[in-house]
Design a protein around this ligand. Structure first.
Ligand code: IMP
Ligand code: MG
Length: 184
């Protein structure tokens, strides 16, 4: 096992199984409709790529990039749009795909911003959720992969300082790797 891995939290097989289940559920719920799937860059791109291959209704994709002011492992709720959507979402059924919900501030803000653009509907699909860390109490995650404890996790698209996105599983990074004492 690689040096930087404290422990694997969700294996590749578990991820693929869950993505399949989420895709099936979304496929059922959106029968007769078309979805605009919106990926939040960059953390969600791998999850989203796998997810849409398991959704069997017509869909199109778009991306947004968001930055929260704050340090690298915690957001403070002030959200800035770095890259907006390319296409309008008026009358579209929007499905926001996010890697992880932590405080919930990012998604609360995003949902508010997108709702002003008069979409037909807005739902949220998140791979991971750290319930313990939630600040926003009324955030509904319509489709959720896994509830996880309060660990800083990386892999399968999630990063620390832009690294580790390429690992096919979700793992807990050894503390010395995010405290700057080691790098891999
Ligand atoms: P929130 O606004 O606090 O919900 O923050 C959500 C964002 O924080 C996610 O989109 C991630 O970019 C980042 N984040 C929160 N927890 C983790 C983690 O454990 N690993 C990697 N990124 C995380
Ligand atoms: Mg993110």
């Amino acid at each position: 096992m690689k040096d930087c891995i404290e422990r694997i939290l969700i294996s590749e097989e578990e991820l693929q199984q869950k993505v399949k289940e989420l895709g099936e559920k979304i496929t059922q719920d959106y029968q007769g409709k078309e979805i605009r799937v919106i990926g939040i860059l960059r953390g969600a791109f791998i999850f989203m790529a796998d997810l849409i291959r398991n959704i069997h209704v017509p869909l199109s994709v778009d991306f947004m990039s968001i930055s929260s002011y704050g340090d690298e492992i915690e957001s403070n709720g002030i959200v800035r749009i770095l890259k907006d959507l390319d296409k309008p979402i008026t009358r579209k059924h929007v499905l926001i795909v996010e890697d992880i919900v932590d405080t919930g501030l990012t998604l609360k803000h995003l949902r508010e911003v997108l709702s002003t653009r008069e979409p037909a509907s807005v739902r949220i699909c998140a791979l991971l959720n750290k319930e313990e860390r939630r600040v926003v109490k009324d955030l509904k995650i319509d489709y959720l992969g896994f509830n996880i404890p309060n660990y800083f996790v990386v892999g399968y698209g999630l990063d620390f300082a832009e690294r580790y996105r390429n690992y096919p599983f979700i793992f807990v990074l050894k503390p010395e790797y995010y405290q700057g004492r080691a790098s891999a």
